[in-house]
Design a protein. Structure first.
Length: 281
């Protein structure tokens, strides 16, 4: 069963591409027709590509790995933040910090700096500072929070990138390609699908279009997380059973040993036979 359908995508305006003169010829396989100088995306292909991407995202989530969502364009920011938060995944909706993937340890240091400021504020270390110094630190903390707050829990490189608008996020895609991190992306008719592992051909400017595709993908991620949780619960139950069985084994062995060592109630000894000589007398 498909996660979306033709009518749903049509209603959300996923089929509207860009002007014909702005097109990227590499997107030709996903274009259905041209109408009034605008390219129309083949939504049947979009439906199939959403399913393909969703299945792959589900497996990544099921294996306990992180997917980083990237969308710094105005109309996508809020949707991406909401959907990524709903499945507990990191996201970047402000400026992409250059080298975020290729220079990940430096980004982690900046995140650490943010948590250190929080600690020092909590334990009263900053109470002796002047108002000006405190203001500087507070501003620095706010700037870090704005740019890196949403990736504070990302302790290692993500296992995949989900991008809205590949033209705008080309630096993020280049970094992911260099590191071999698979890229999932909504690709419009003016963009280059090369370098994208899972292409979802769709209008990447309309809010409804972004919403319907992200909803389908995040639903798949949520399913993967649920299955992981269920598997872990099963594993835990199996481990507990094995533990109980292991504990019961020595008990059974001790009981069996005890039974072997304790002789059966001794039968009364027979009276010794009288020596033959005495009997003859």
């Amino acid at each position: 069963m498909s996660r979306t359908n033709f009518d749903q995508l049509l209603q959300a305006g996923c089929h509207f591409g860009h002007l014909k003169r702005k097109w990227n010829p590499a997107m030709a396989p996903y274009i259905f027709m041209e109408r009034n100088g605008i390219h129309i995306i083949d939504l049947n292909k979009t439906v199939a590509k959403i399913d393909e991407a969703a299945d792959a995202l589900k497996q990544i989530a099921k294996s306990g790995k992180k997917i980083l969502f990237v969308a710094t364009k105005k109309q996508a920011k809020d949707i991406v933040a909401e959907k990524a938060t709903s499945v507990n995944m990191p996201y970047v909706i402000e400026r992409w910090p250059g080298g975020m993937l290729t220079n990940f340890p430096t980004i982690r240091k900046a995140v650490k700096k943010m948590t250190n400021i929080d600690k020092l504020m909590a334990d009263g270390t900053f109470s002796n500072l002047s108002k000006r110094e405190l203001l500087q630190i507070t501003r620095q903390r706010a700037k870090l929070e704005k740019n890196l707050g949403s990736i504070a829990d990302l302790t290692r490189l993500p296992s995949a990138l989900f991008v809205v608008d590949v033209l705008k996020e080309n630096i993020a895609i280049k970094e992911a390609n260099r590191l071999g991190i698979p890229v999932f992306a909504m690709v419009d008719t003016n963009s280059d699908p090369n370098g994208i592992d899972f292409v979802i051909p769709a209008n990447d400017d309309a809010k409804d279009s972004i919403d319907v595709i992200l909803t389908a993908c995040c639903q798949a991620i949520a399913e993967g997380l649920e299955e992981r949780k269920a598997e872990k619960a099963d594993e835990k139950a199996a481990a507990e059973q094995a533990e109980e069985a292991a504990e019961a084994k020595p008990k059974r062995a001790r009981k069996a040993r005890k039974e072997v060592e304790t002789p059966a109630a001794e039968e009364p000894a027979e009276a010794p036979e009288e020596p033959a000589e005495e009997a003859a007398e």
